[in-house]
Write a protein that binds this ligand. Structure first.
Ligand SMILES: [Fe+2]
Length: 638
């Protein structure tokens, strides 16, 4: 494997300088870059793969074949979302990406030989893109390079006209549209009927969008309610105190966006992430429902409103909360928790542990791709990131700084995220005897955690006879020392017991493994591509008066427009419609491609086989209609 080093603040500043945005002083976990010849090849491979992956979406996008009518124009979903020249536009976007990445890589790899290699690789990439843009089915008349916004078939600023039109994000490829269609009435009701919106709010969050890691519900106590009371202000009702006293008040705090500006686009539209909070309560049947919402402008706390189910603008309020949660899920639940912290642990692990170390043998095979992908994401943000208001790397790093200051290494483990909730409140014996059967996402997280923990435990037992053996392993001590200092990962324990080692390694490997679930069809669809279910942004910064009725037509102006939908759908489809570079369960079966030195650690290899068999079994029960074993990646690839 390549060796890694941390990007310096100067290098981060240079990314901002090249692309014209502010980079904050970075306080989060180290952001690694690969080094040397191998490291350069790793980055070049990643860029090449990303270019190829866009090409792989042609079939799925051509399956956006259902027709819609907007502003009197009738056209297919594909035409609305991507115009008639997606290949040309896509190639132009990727060319821009290449310019940034090449310029920055030349700074990271200043050796003459490296620069030559970069120049030849990138000229090859450009050649590929030229060929792609010149494909014969592209309309031949357009030879200028005018921006997309001046084109007759650019619909990006269009707002959808009726809620059922959000099926526009469902391709017919691999039957996604057919799979989603039975749910349309429910999804539409959540946008038109306030009672349905209230009723559906929690059931959707508890059972979908696994990659966002949205374990953000907290049971509130006198000690934790203060921020809610402050923000709700005069909107705080006596009944909330009664519910708090009865230990029946829950909250979701989505105010981490303070200071964040909306994004203004060249088509005169805007993407906005509000700060928000929601209060919920549980009835006798353990239904959890929202009872109050706070929505605020992250740049102006005085521009805020509070809503109750009696407010005429209640549906807006729930959509605003879901927008905050989606943005939180993408950037903090997913990228920060699963990519950034993991990459800092991998960087320091690969650099300090010798290949003979059993923990190296455990982690290294599942540590590929992530460092180069994260780096390319930072360099080519505008081409790779989904359409949230986090529109550049600087904004992303600022958001992560705020989150990092309040979250140490273990705090995002599922058990810690769920610490305020009682399993009894989320379990119904009338359904079955399983704990958390009223919170299916917790069951999934716990199952994956248990599989990873059991594997890691067996490997640590195979390598270390007792706690003394862990303490005596100086390589482990230097890994954790380096992760705490150079890696800047807070809250790591001393390596003086098997339990401490198991806790750290399980948390790292859990992130990599859990991340893989996001590639499965049933995770990615049909819920998230029906965009109001998880809106990536609001299209207006106006926070409406709670007492003024908001018609469905008015509400549509807040919901994702065509430009947002096009970018969102490409983003989701990249996960669903690309096969992984390397699957977690080998193509030839769980016994193939074993990681450990068989002469020394046969028990570790057996544990690996068991782990893969467990994952295979999980996929079969989670997605019995299509057991996509090969779709679960071994590494964090994107
Ligand atoms: Fe990811």
């Amino acid at each position: 494997m390549s060796k890694y080093s941390a990007l310096t603040q100067l290098e981060l500043d240079a990314i901002g300088f090249l692309e014209g945005f502010q980079v904050p002083s970075w306080n989060g976990p180290a952001l690694p870059r690969p080094q040397g010849d191998d490291g350069l090849e790793e980055v070049i491979d990643t860029v090449g793969t990303l270019i190829a992956r866009n090409q792989n979406l042609i079939q799925a996008k051509d399956g956006l074949s259902i027709e819609y009518t907007l502003r009197g124009i009738t056209a297919t979903a594909e035409r609305f979302l991507y115009g008639s020249e997606d290949q040309v536009e896509g190639a132009a976007l990727l060319r821009a990406l290449l310019t940034y990445v090449e310029a920055f890589l030349s700074r990271l790899f200043p050796d003459r030989a490296h620069r030559d290699r970069i120049a030849s690789a990138f000229s090859e990439f450009r050649g590929t893109l030229e060929l792609r843009a010149a494909r014969p089915f592209v309309k031949p008349h357009r030879s200028d390079s005018s921006p997309a916004s001046s084109r007759a078939d650019d619909y990006s600023a269009f707002t959808l006209e009726t809620p059922d039109q959000f099926t526009i994000g469902w391709t017919t490829f691999q039957d996604l549209f057919r799979h989603g269609y039975p749910h349309v009435d429910d999804y539409v009701q959540a946008l038109t009927d306030p009672e349905a919106a209230t009723r559906q709010f929690w059931p959707m969050i508890r059972s979908t969008a696994l990659p966002f890691d949205l374990f953000v519900l907290r049971k509130l106590t006198a000690a934790t309610v203060a921020d809610y009371r402050t923000n709700f202000g005069t909107g705080w009702l006596a009944e909330y105190d009664d519910l708090l006293g009865a230990a029946n008040l829950y909250g979701i705090d989505m105010t981490v966006f303070s200071g964040l500006a909306p994004e203004s686009l060249s088509d005169n539209t805007v993407r906005f992430t509000p700060n928000s909070m929601v209060l919920l309560t549980m009835d006798g049947k353990k239904n959890l429902t929202p009872i109050a919402v706070y929505v605020a402008d992250p740049q102006d706390v005085n521009n805020a409103q509070t809503y109750t189910p009696a407010s005429p603008a209640w549906i807006y309020a729930l959509i605003a909360v879901k927008t905050s949660m989606t943005v939180y899920g993408i950037w903090l639940g997913h990228v920060y928790t699963q990519h950034l912290v993991t990459a800092a642990m991998i960087m320091t692990g690969v650099n300090t542990l010798p290949p003979t170390n059993i923990i190296y043998q455990l982690l290294a095979p599942q540590s590929n791709y992530i460092v180069a992908f994260d780096l390319v994401l930072l360099l080519a943000w505008s081409s790779l990131s989904p359409p949230t208001s986090i529109s550049d790397t600087g904004k992303f790093l600022s958001l992560c700084n705020a989150f990092s200051a309040r979250h140490d290494f273990f705090s995002t483990d599922p058990a810690n995220l769920l610490a305020t909730l009682s399993p009894d409140d989320f379990s119904d014996p009338a359904i079955n005897n399983e704990a958390w059967n009223l919170y299916p996402n917790v069951q999934v997280a716990q199952k994956i955690w248990a599989m990873v923990a059991s594997y890691v435990s067996a490997v640590v037992d195979a390598g270390y006879a007792n706690d003394g053996a862990v303490t005596a392993d100086k390589d482990l001590a230097s890994w954790i020392g380096s992760a705490s200092t150079i890696g800047n990962v807070a809250g790591l324990p001393k390596m003086n017991s098997k339990a401490a080692l198991k806790a750290v390694v399980t948390s790292v490997l859990y992130r990599i493994t859990y991340h893989g679930a996001g590639r499965l069809r049933n995770v990615g669809a049909p819920v998230p591509p029906f965009a109001p279910n998880y809106p990536p942004c609001l299209q207006s910064t106006t926070i409406p008066d709670p007492s003024t009725p908001l018609s469905t037509a008015d509400l549509m102006k807040y919901l994702p427009n065509i430009g947002t939908l096009g970018s969102l759908i490409t983003f989701y489809y990249i996960f669903a419609y690309n096969a992984p570079n390397v699957p977690l369960v080998p193509y030839k079966g769980p016994e193939d491609e074993l990681f450990f030195d068989q002469s020394k650690y046969p028990a570790a290899n057996q544990a690996l086989i068991d782990f893969r068999t467990d994952i295979l079994g999980f996929i079969s029960s989670f997605q019995p209609d299509w057991v996509q074993t090969g779709q679960w990646p071994r590494n964090i690839e994107l």
